[in-house]
Design a binder for this molecule. Structure first.
Ligand SMILES: Nc1ncnc2c1ncn2[C@@H]1O[C@H](COP(=O)(O)OP(=O)(O)OP(=O)(O)O)[C@@H](O)[C@H]1O
Length: 328
């Protein structure tokens, strides 16, 4: 059993959903690494495939979706795409912790948090349930909450920020060292958001985790992530160390995303929203570059050839224009 931060290698991952127009890819030929012990942020607009990618890490894509190609190799565990049944259920929770999007709603409203914790422990064959409760209280205390009181509460008795922390506790309490957080701070006020992000960083470092954070908010990624991957139309268009990508974005979509952030100082008009809309499964181009319709650097080749993800130093970028610029 892996009891330290595992590295993860995603290779050629494609996930399709069955639609009236046939099976269409929501994640297309994605390859990336999550180095052991790092926090990786996945950022992109709504519908870009972030949650689908996150579910693939647990081999938990639900019908009408399915992983149609690729692998997700987790150190000391193997390729989870090949896992089924009991082996898969055990891997989730014990190895891979997951905090669902809007953790507010993933708790059972009829049961106390403590009861749900015991259910989780039993379903994973934990013998020492007292020890589990002790760990849960300690984690909640670590996150600034009164553990005993929270375990006695129903979800409606907890604020949004408290529920987010309960979600993080449930993802960690079985001692998973790979943790996936889907929009961990959406719908929280700025102060609570800052607190949760600080807690994520601290718990990540203290417990020795490999963490993936999914968000549409590039500010969240800037705050917590060591590495950043930008998704668009099911593709990862740029990835690399967060600071470098934010300081010197190369892909025209990353540039657009960063330009669209309103700044507290400076002229509000300087923040320019990205023109156009992100594609849906039905409108994403089947060939050529997925971003070309909104791209200021569009060239003829973009209409027919999907740009390959190429290494540029410690950055990986999928863009014909960036390649041309480098060769110039
Ligand atoms: N069950 C489903 N059936 C059909 N299409 C789906 C299903 N789930 C997701 N999709 C489609 O797959 C694409 C990717 O969705 P996904 O939820 O992974 O994106 P996302 O980036 O996480 O977006 P959001 O931030 O809105 O959750 C979208 O076009 C979405 O409409």
């Amino acid at each position: 059993m892996a009891k330290q931060a595992p590295g993860v290698r995603i290779d050629g991952l494609t996930v399709v959903y069955k639609t009236p127009a046939g099976e269409l890819p929501a994640v297309r030929n994605v390859s990336m690494k999550l180095p052991a012990g790092t926090i990786t942020g996945i950022v992109g607009e709504s519908g870009s495939g972030k949650s689908t990618l996150a579910f693939s890490l647990l081999n938990a894509v639900q019908p009408p979706g399915r992983i149609s190609a690729g692998s997700v190799e987790i150190d000391d565990l193997g390729d989870v795409v090949t896992f089924e049944g009991e082996r898969l259920r055990k891997a989730r929770g014990a190895h891979i912790g997951y905090v669902f999007q809007a953790a507010q709603n993933s708790l059972n409203p009829l049961k106390t948090v403590g009861k749900q914790l015991l259910d989780l422990g039993r379903s994973h064959g934990v013998d020492d349930l007292r020890g589990l409760v002790k760990d849960a209280k300690e984690l909640l205390g670590r996150m600034g909450l009164d553990g005993a009181r929270v375990l006695d509460s129903h979800q409606h008795e907890l604020s949004g920020g408290m529920r987010q922390r309960v979600g993080i506790m449930l993802a960690l309490v079985l001692n998973a060292h790979l943790v996936v957080l889907d929009e961990p701070t959406t719908a929280l006020d700025m102060i609570t958001q800052a607190t949760i992000l600080r807690i994520i960083r601290e718990v990540h470092a203290e417990r020795g985790l490999t963490t993936m954070v999914i968000t549409h908010d590039i500010g969240v990624v800037a705050e917590v992530a060591d590495r950043l991957a930008v998704m668009y139309g099911g593709r990862i268009v740029e990835q690399g160390p967060t600071r470098k990508v934010l300081a010197d974005p190369q892909h025209p979509y990353t540039r657009g995303l960063i330009r669209a952030i309103p700044r507290l100082t400076g002229d509000i008009d300087e923040a320019r929203a990205l023109p156009g809309r992100p594609p849906t499964l039905a409108t994403v181009p089947k060939e050529g570059c997925v971003f070309r319709e909104r791209c200021p650097l569009r060239m003829d080749v973009c209409d027919t050839v999907d740009p390959e993800a190429l290494s540029h130093g410690d950055r990986i970028i999928a863009c014909h224009a960036v390649k041309v610029k480098e060769l110039a």
